[in-house]
Design a protein around this ligand. Structure first.
Ligand SMILES: [Fe+2]
Ligand SMILES: [Fe+2]
Length: 172
């Protein structure tokens, strides 16, 4: 079934938001790299790639539904409150919460429009957002516990790095 004009516009907004999340994570990765935290920087870079994958999934859905893909303007990501690891992860949580709210809005719109075809995809994303927010919240909790303890922060850095293949530069 072809998606309604309203839903096509909202899906385009979501693609733009996922791409902007990718840019936010890319910026945060650079901030953490500059702070010599390669594990956390790699974690952020892996998230950046994941957000691009999300944009691709919504793009495929939109194309399958006969909609035209039109990427909107992407805002500059802005810097976190300071260059600490905890500020970077708090910035990431704030962005994830924004994305979650957008996915809920899309779901409500799909229900209003009687668009049954998009519901399974949106449910997957509701689940995905729950997981992302929980994962980032856990890291923030552990960073709060670490406080100013440099060795605790380095431990967390190496742990996050090993989970995500750790900040290695891509090859050409
Ligand atoms: Fe996403
Ligand atoms: Fe995300």
């Amino acid at each position: 079934m072809k998606a309604s004009d309203k839903l096509v516009a909202a899906l385009n907004d979501q693609i733009t938001l996922e791409l902007s999340a990718s840019v936010v994570y890319f910026q945060l990765s650079a901030v953490l790299s500059a702070e010599d935290l390669p594990g956390m920087a790699g974690w952020m870079l892996a998230q950046s790639n994941e957000e691009r994958d999300h944009a691709q999934i919504f793009t495929d859905h939109l194309l399958n539904r006969g909609g035209e893909v039109k990427i909107g303007a992407i805002d500059a990501p802005g810097a976190p409150a300071d260059s600490s690891a905890i500020a970077a992860f708090r910035a990431s949580l704030a962005h994830e919460e924004k994305v979650s709210e957008a996915v809920r809005g899309l779901y409500r719109l799909a229900v209003d429009e009687g668009d049954i075809d998009s519901i399974p995809l949106l449910q997957r994303f509701i689940e995905e957002q729950l997981e992302e927010e929980a994962a980032v919240s856990e890291i923030i909790g552990r960073l709060e516990r670490a406080g100013d303890d440099g060795s605790a922060i380095l431990y967390l850095d190496s742990e996050l790095g090993s989970r995500h293949g750790g900040g290695e530069a891509p090859e050409l």
